[in-house]
Design a protein around this ligand. Structure first.
Ligand SMILES: *Cc1c(COP(=O)(O)O)cnc(C)c1O
Length: 456
């Protein structure tokens, strides 16, 4: 199994090489050269535990790591989740299921990928003997999940940029109160997209990236997308068999990584009816799926900050498929997107569609779900609850614990949600390294701090 770039100007990489590089050297994103078929494996897979399923799945994508080692890695990665199912599927009504993806150490779905990615980094450092500098931008949850996947690990230093004042206070505490010496939480002015631009720019300096052995931890790493495929398959195998082929997966969406994973699983042969991209008021993807027009606007901070994005980085992977897997066409389109010009694409028929929700609706939905079903939603997951399919089963992916966003939830339900993990953070000192959104300044900082994780 080899990995190619969406832009077609990168030699084929092995899984480990693609994971280590993060972004492809030509600026594109890695994808498997060919998606393996999984349909015939599903009956056997339905009997596995979550970590076992993840191991079998990854063996298809990275046979260079033995099946036995995959089983060790996934057992370790999902050991710290606080539900025996890892990703419990809750039936709320006859037609609605919620797939709870917030039982990991940072209480958001990003733990699924980043607990595993941290272990893959560790494995790489052990093999190569080379120290690794991990760099990423976050709107909140990626950063904390990445930090919790890497903190305290020998040979790894992690640098996370985030928009100052625009991540939830508890998210910031999760990044900045670890006490770990190899963790640097870096607030920068602007929005998530500004932080992301700095990171992309730094990776564009390939000389620097290779000098400090830099690896990307934002949602573009192929290991993340693949790790996220697993919980769709897990959920599918827990649905009544007759419902599987028509089920709609509803996915609160920002960078498009989560929903892309489900769609890829369907392309591999997982039965599914459709995927709904549920956005907040930052609705570039909703506008795209409704009209074919991809037009960036300013980011407006919302109740669902991890979805406050107008430049969805995983979208390029989807483009690659809808543009007939033509790297030339992807390159053309990406040049236009980068220029900021609006873009019109003729959408082929796919199983993807979309909805949007503004802040007032988010509050109403949280209140209503609490009233009707005594189920507390976080504001990201709330975005899923509109235009629910009437004639088939919906599986809503719940991306975060409501306890991460206590203010909005309290406003809507009257009760402040809490979680012991988060309570423990409140008494710890906050340590951040504020910087300008300036690639040169951040690069200098990485050079100074990557060696031993202590201040120079
Ligand atoms: C990251 C995140 C999202 C958006 O996921 P994408 O993969 O970026 O689309 C939604 N909800 C929460 C809570 C998140 O942390």
């Amino acid at each position: 199994m080899h990995y190619i770039s969406t832009r077609g100007q990168t030699r084929p990489h092995t899984f480990s090489e693609a994971v280590e590089a993060g972004l492809a050297p030509d600026g594109g994103l890695f994808l498997p050269e060919k998606l393996p078929g999984i349909a015939d494996k599903l009956p056997a897979w339905s009997k596995l535990t979550y970590p076992q399923l993840a191991a079998e799945f990854f063996t298809l994508f990275a046979p260079e790591i033995s099946n036995a080692e995959w089983h060790q890695l996934t057992a370790e990665a999902y050991r710290r989740f606080d539900s025996p199912d890892v990703a419990p599927l809750r039936k709320i009504t006859d037609k609605t299921y919620i797939l709870e993806l917030f039982h990991g150490p940072t209480l958001a779905f990003k733990d699924f990928a980043l607990q595993l990615l941290g272990l893959l980094y560790k494995r790489q450092v052990a093999k190569s003997g080379k120290r690794l500098a991990v760099l990423g931008a976050t709107s909140g949850d990626t950063g904390s999940a990445a930090i919790h996947g890497c903190m305290g690990q020998d040979g790894i230093t992690i640098f996370i940029l985030y928009p100052n004042g625009r991540v939830a206070p508890l998210q910031e505490r999760q990044m900045a109160c670890t006490g770990a010496e190899n963790v640097f939480a870096i607030p920068v002015p602007g929005t998530f997209d500004d932080a992301q631009r700095v990171v992309k720019d730094i990776f564009g300096d390939t000389e620097f990236a290779s000098a400090v052995n830099l690896s990307a931890v934002n949602s573009i790493n192929i290991a993340r997308v693949l790790a996220q495929c697993v919980y769709y398959i897990w959920a599918c195998l827990r649905l009544p068999e007759e419902a599987r082929a028509t089920a709609e997966y509803v996915v609160p969406t920002g960078n498009f990584g989560n929903v892309l994973a489900g769609w890829l699983a369907q392309q591999m042969g997982m039965p599914a009816g459709s995927f709904r991209v549920a956005t907040n008021q930052n609705d570039i993807l909703h506008r795209f799926f409704s009209s074919g027009e991809y037009r960036q606007e300013d980011v407006h901070p919302s109740h669902a900050p991890s979805m406050d994005i107008q430049a969805a980085s995983n979208f390029e992977r989807f483009l690659y498929y809808i543009l007939d897997q033509s790297p030339e066409r992807v390159r053309e389109v990406m040049v236009k997107i980068k220029s900021g010009a609006p873009l019109q694409i003729t959408l082929p028929k796919t199983s993807m569609h979309s909805t949007r929700m503004d802040d007032a609706q988010i509050e109403r939905v949280i209140a209503q779900m609490w009233q009707d079903w005594q189920y507390v939603l976080d504001p990201h997951t709330a975005c899923a609850f509109t235009d629910m399919a009437q004639d088939r089963i919906s599986v809503v992916l719940s991306t975060a614990s409501p306890a991460k966003f206590p203010d909005v939830v309290k406003q809507a339900t009257g009760n402040e949600p809490t979680h012991p993990t988060l309570e423990a953070l409140k008494s710890k000192p906050l340590k951040t390294w504020p910087m300008n959104a300036d690639p040169a300044e951040v690069k200098a900082f990485i050079r100074r701090h990557k060696c031993d994780g202590s201040e120079a």
